[in-house]
Design a protein around this ligand. Structure first.
Ligand code: NDP
Length: 447
């Protein structure tokens, strides 16, 4: 049977079993395209139906999250936890609070997480969860009451040796704090059940920075493999949240110039570059004041492009750091036509399949999210290790480990993705992430 027919047959079954879950279909399709040729060369995987099993969550937990708003009115949200795969360790992956959250989005994220966590070399399975709750515009007390209600149910299903959630879109230090407090109160135990905790209560240094730093290190390693570096490069970044902020910091530190940031209302273009002082303003604006990126343009007198994404701005390196499917085919073509030759994805699945095809045709350096943004979960894994040891490592120690992990992920992509003088990072990450999980599943029998 032709390769394409095999992919289509596999996908037809996935679509029939998971109707309407478009993002999940997209994520599985991308992985299956890389894996089917590899599995054909290694038929013990297909005989054991490893791919079919990996695409089915081990467990899906769905629950009601009722809470009282500041007016005393009852609000009801949906709560989810997808426990995707525990072959190589406890389920691990973030919680997302955003109105667009649904089962298909979380299943795509959990599926990607399985491969990503495997790539880090740390013993972590894959999971993801969250809610359609929107923290934007809510008071701290409302966010707290929501988090407490969410954790009242979730705490029955997670634990430091079972499932260890972290943050994602809409879940930062504040939300992790409220959820950790509620878990501790109900379970009467102080354990590393969540990562991304505050420094004083079990958090790791560099965890807030880890995803953005990691995606920047990954860009640097892709460039190094070509005898180049980030120094002097113009970089466009989307998003202005956790990942975008620390990517901006690290790019600047490594000698690059970041010229854009965005949020869901539009992007700012600052051709002078977003330096340390301007970034401090963004961090205060976004993390404390919880304002809009437009205010940056008003403060520094630069352009604000309402309702647009930054991919029309000329750059050498682009880092999509906001959300899924935020670079489409047209935008990818514009990036390439404008000379962009490196894409390092801090976000999960930010490029559409058509955009990825454009990068592949142009043979630019393309680091897909599951490799490029694995630094966040890697440092979460290091936070778990520190919690188990009841020790805190220094900033330098954690950062050095993060750099080494990103370097190792790059090497894995190189090992499985090299084709002549070109590294196919998508193929490298998919096969590299798969092998370890698949071998563990085979060793553990039909489970
Ligand atoms: P934050 O909530 O801190 O920031 C998200 C940013 O993206 C905000 O600027 C937000 O703008 C923007 N954004 C979110 N949704 C949309 C949308 N639908 N359209 C346009 N802009 C949007 O999240 P993070 O920085 O933590 O996460 C960003 C990405 O990185 C996500 O894809 C996440 O899965 C991924 N990631 C995060 C990790 C982490 O450790 N935090 C680890 C690995 C990956 P606005 O405020 O207007 O909504």
């Amino acid at each position: 049977m032709a390769f394409e027919q095999k992919v289509n047959d596999f996908m037809a079954k996935i679509i029939a079993k998971n109707p309407g879950e478009n993002e999940f279909h997209q994520a599985v399709h991308e992985v299956v395209e890389s894996l089917i040729p590899y599995i054909e060369e290694n038929p013990h995987y297909s005989e054991a139906k490893v791919l079919e099993r990996i695409a089915e969550p081990e467990r899906v937990i769905l629950f009601r999250v009722p809470w009282l708003d500041d007016k005393g009115e009852i609000q009801i949200n949906k709560g989810y936890r997808i426990e995707m795969n525990s072959a190589i360790g406890p389920y691990k992956g973030g919680l997302r609070f955003h109105p667009t959250v649904n089962l298909g989005v979380l299943k795509f994220l959990a599926f990607e997480q399985v491969f990503k966590n495997s790539l880090t070399t740390l013993p972590m399975g894959g999971g993801k969860g969250g809610s359609d709750f929107d923290p934007k515009g809510k008071s701290d007390n409302e966010v707290m009451r929501f988090c407490q209600s969410f954790m009242t149910e979730l705490c029955k299903h997670i634990g430091p040796n079972t499932d260890v959630p972290a943050g994602d879109i809409g879940v930062g230090g504040r939300e992790i704090g409220f959820m950790f407090g509620q878990y501790k109160r109900i379970r009467n135990e102080f354990t590393g059940v969540l990562t991304g905790k505050g420094r004083e209560w079990g958090g790791s240094l560099i965890r807030p920075e880890a995803t953005g730093y990691g995606a920047t290190y990954f860009a640097e390693y892709m460039l190094n493999a070509k005898g180049d570096s980030l120094k002097g490069k113009v970089v466009t970044i989307s998003g202005s949240g956790n990942v975008a902020q620390y990517a901006c910091e690290k790019v600047t530190e490594l000698g690059g110039k970041v010229v854009t940031l965005s949020d869901s209302q539009g992007f700012i273009y600052d051709p002078e570059g977003i330096d340390e002082e301007k970034l401090a303003y963004v961090m205060h604006l976004k993390n404390v004041k919880r304002g809009r990126i437009k205010e940056y343009a008003e403060k520094y007198g630069c352009e604000f492009h309402e309702g647009q994404r930054p991919w029309g701005i000329k750059c050498d390196v682009a880092m999509p750091n906001a959300t899924q499917n935020e670079v489409n085919e047209e935008e990818a073509k514009t990036l390439v036509a404008n000379g962009c030759f490196v894409i390092s994805e801090g976000a999960n699945m930010p490029s559409t399949p058509e955009a990825i095809a454009v990068y592949a045709d142009a043979k630019i350096l393309y680091g897909p999210g599951k490799a490029a943004n694995a630094g966040g979960v890697a440092v979460s894994g290091l936070e778990m290790s520190q919690n188990s040891l009841r020790l805190s490592w220094t900033r330098e120690e954690v950062d050095n480990r993060l750099k080494q992990i990103m370097k190792d992920i790059h090497a894995t992509c190189e090992k499985y993705g090299t084709e002549g003088d070109f590294i196919d990072y998508v193929k490298g990450a998919n096969i590299g992430g798969f092998v370890k999980v698949a071998d563990a599943m085979l060793a553990q029998g039909v489970v």
